[in-house]
Design a protein around this ligand. Structure first.
Ligand code: F6R
Length: 264
């Protein structure tokens, strides 16, 4: 596990974009796992800027999003379909047919639908690089606390904390979804490489538990400790509660010298 600490959100976004851009350049047919939420917005903006300068090409890239609210039509302003379209896909040349986002309009046979999403990931060759944010409760995707660490894509009830965090985006309580379709923790752990981004003091406790706490289903992100190639890119505020910050800086310096490819 690598912990890359940056001054602020802008630096987190730039560093993440540098790594994603390098990965896309070295493998134009890369399969990306994408996240929504506030955290990756800066990353998407940086990638869009690189695309506009002509230094990045997504024409052979495939993507799979982590999750989608259940019950929202794709055109709903708060759907993750709309989010991805507005904040990334409509600005770059990633082919529409290569984009995959769980369908929140499914109304039955959820298990079959979710098994199909898993099968599509497999058919694409698996996810090469998964981007993650982290919830205040340590969730990744919508894998709320106590999710099985072996879980696969499925229908998941949202936690009270997650509903509270998103509630202000919806016109009324009744409009706020209480379930989502999400890749499972097992699905995420199958990715070849994972970048988790976090910014701000509100994420500090979750980040510390994920990196330094015990592996527990009470903190879904702690499962990342079992992954061989995960990089946390976090700002000083999100790193606030880590006890081994000096050691992570030392590891990073040694990585630059001995295995710089891990940072490209
Ligand atoms: C979104 C997702 C969630 C978010 C998390 C953090 O696709 O999977 O796990 O990454 O809730 O959200 P923000 O970035 O808005 O703080």
């Amino acid at each position: 596990m690598l912990v890359v600490m940056k001054n602020d959100y802008q630096d987190v976004s730039r560093e993440a974009a540098r790594m994603v851009a390098a990965a896309v350049r070295s493998n134009p047919e890369i399969v990306l796992g994408l996240a929504t939420g506030n955290t990756p917005l800066g990353l998407y903006n940086e990638l869009i800027a690189l695309y506009r300068t002509g230094s990045l090409d997504f024409s052979n890239t495939t993507s799979f999003n982590l999750d989608e609210y259940l019950g929202l039509p794709h055109s709903h302003p708060q759907s993750y379909h709309t989010f991805m379209d507005q904040n990334f896909f409509s600005h770059v040349n990633l082919p529409r047919q290569n984009i995959h986002i769980p369908d929140g309009t499914v109304t039955r046979d959820y298990e079959a639908y979710c098994a199909g999403y898993e099968a599509s990931i497999k058919a694409a060759g698996g996810i090469d690089l998964q981007i993650l944010g982290i919830g205040r409760n340590g969730h990744i995707g919508f894998n709320e606390p106590t999710s099985s660490l072996a879980s696969r894509t499925r229908l998941k009830a949202l936690s009270r904390e997650t509903i509270e965090d998103a509630r202000h985006l919806f016109a009324s309580d009744s409009e706020m979804p209480n379930c989502a379709i999400t890749m499972g923790i097992g699905t995420i752990l199958d990715s070849r490489r994972i970048l988790l981004l976090a910014s701000g003091r509100s994420k500090a406790a979750a980040v510390a538990k994920a990196i330094e706490g015990p592996i527990t289903s009470s903190v879904s992100a702690s499962a990342l400790q079992m992954h061989p190639d995960v990089t946390f890119i976090i700002d000083e505020e999100a790193a606030y509660s880590l006890t081994q910050r000096d050691y992570y800086r030392h590891v990073l310096e040694m990585t630059k010298i001995f295995t710089p490819e891990r940072l490209s």
